[in-house]
Design a protein around this ligand. Sequence first.
Ligand SMILES: [Zn+2]
Length: 181
Amino acid sequence: MKTAIDTHTPRAWIGCLACYNEGRLVGEWFDAITADEVTPETLHGESAVAEAHDELWVMDHENIPVSGEMSPEEAAAWGRAFADVDEYHRAAVFAWVQSGDYIAEGTGDLPSIPDFEERYCGQWSDFDEYARNLADEIGLLDGIPEEIERYFDWDPWIRDLHFDYTECDDPEGGVFVFRIM
Ligand SMILES: [Zn+2]
C-alpha cells in the first residue's frame, strides 16, 4: 500500500562552507523552494560566527533530477519548477528530466512545464497498453466487423506509432509515455 508521504518534493541540504572547510558539517535539510531564504543565521543562530560564515552551499539534495552540488538559488529554482507541477505528475516530470530527452526552459537545466504538459500521455504498464488505448480512443477499428478485427496486425501498427513517442521508466513500475512534437 502506498503511504501518504510526499516523496516528490525537492529538498536541499544546505551547509555552511566555512564550517565545512574547518572540518565541521553544519547544515540542515530544507524544502528546496525556500533554499534561497536560508541565511547564515538560520544555520548558526544569531552568533558572531555567522558573519564570517556567510557562504551557504547545497551539499546534498533529493528529488532534484540532476546530480551534484549547487547553489541555494539553483535549488530554489528547482523547488519552484516542481511546485508548478501537479503532485501526481511530479514523478513523470522527474523521469522526463532524468532521461535527458526533455525540453529545458531557457538555457538552464530546468524543465519547461508547459512543454511537459503538452507532451505527457500518462502512465501505462507498457507502450502497447497506451497504443491499444489510443486505438480505442481514435476509433481505429471502428466499423470493422469483429471477425476481421481479430486479424488486425497490431505489431507493425504499434511499432510505427512508437516513432512519435518516447517512454521513460516509472521507478514504481510501468512507463511514462511522451509524445514527440
Ligand atoms: Zn559556519
